[in-house]
Design a protein around this ligand. Sequence first.
Ligand code: SAM
Ligand code: SF4
Length: 458
Amino acid sequence: MSSADTPKTAKSVFIKTYGCQMNVYDSERMRDVLRPLGYAPVDSPETADLVVLNTCHIREKATEKVYSELGQLKRMKEESGGKMTIAVAGCVAQAEGEEIMRRQPAVDLVLGPQAYHKLPEMIARASRAVGDRLETEFDTLEKFDALPKTREADGPTAFLSVQEGCDKFCTFCVVPYTRGAELSRPVDDITLEARALAAQGVREISLLGQNVNAFHGASPALTNESDWTLGQLVRHLAKIGGIERIRYTTSHPRDMDNDLIAAHGDTPQMQPFLHLPVQSGSDRILKAMNRGHTADEYREIIRKVRESQPDIAMASDFIVGFPGESDEDFEATMQLVRDVNYAIAYSFKYSPRPGTPAAEMFGQVPEEVKDARLQALQKLLREQQIAFNESKIGHTVAVLVTGRGRLEGQAHGRSPWMQAVHFNGPAELTGEIVDVKITGASLNSLSGELVRAREVAL
Ligand code: SAM
Ligand code: SF4
């Protein structure tokens, strides 16, 4: 329902999402929980009855943004005569719940990532000013069991959470502390959610997890087996009519098993794109990060993935300036990037996170060194990204149309390798996979001309 359709008596909710795709998914599920209570989503916080900040704790900057946003919301709440309810959700809520309440008394509710199903109950408590306003228990399965089984799809692509939490304990990362232990959802629940999405016209699903390829879900209804792998799950979901494209993110190199690698080659719905973060190309730094693999082992995984699916586009995350990183270590990262050749990459300066082992390590790297390394790395990654995009010029590419383009008569969609594609065509093609001849490429998108709408085999 759009804000324009909202009945006058209805309440409104504005949710601002920071950080990763898990948070995007969680925000959608919070909307699902609130809908039966009459909360309609709106596009700005000013007049909303409920404002939720779904936060990210991964780097210091992301956390600080939350506190500055809360200052602005406090002013809006005062202007509303105190009618606005402010909730902080997500990983900052999990890590700093009491600190948030102390630093910003205008906050009414704080709920960690496993407590979204309790949102209605907490809103009631806050309005009566009784009971707990802080929920940061870890009970992932209780959350999934309690969330509504139906979801309103928002276009032809959708995220589907299959796994949460992390047991890897990389020494720089807060996720194991904010999202809890690794847990996989039951295959049967995932299947139901995927079917319901397909029935609403979703063509592409992205399976989500902090360590999605560590997935090991149970399926009492289907096979009585309790340890399905991600490869099996992908093959199973590929059988659902209407699901034309499957992706998964984010993966860990240690969990990249042979069956999943094979699925890239033998399952047509599996898209030729793999986001496999490596963080560093130096074995010494990988060890200090507790990543559990070497740079050459990572290269070998990519060799096997490329053997299985030669068209694969590789993506990764990098951290520069991890404690103790020397010029030589950094050069090893640059060499790995040259060897792999990435289509897309995300790179960050190391940000010490309270409570993680790396924050206490000797050899913290000065800010100006981190800056210089990040610039050099991003320059190389940008060159590779542009070269990848330009390599598609002249080719006819299958594009899933996701909506109207910015210009009149233009539609936009997504390539198999995750690039945004703009082309001349009617918005009515939304949800179809069409052939587009690529005529232009920039850093972040491709442009082209519609060749023909394809027959979509359903
Ligand atoms: N599970 C994924 C993996 O194993 O690579 C990554 C998930 S993490 C939410 C997303 C990215 O944030 C990481 O890949 C890493 O590059 C970055 N990141 C995490 N902690 C960081 C820190 N303390 N400083 C800078 N970047 C960080
Ligand atoms: Fe964080 Fe990913 Fe390492 Fe888990 S595997 S601790 S989520 S970086």
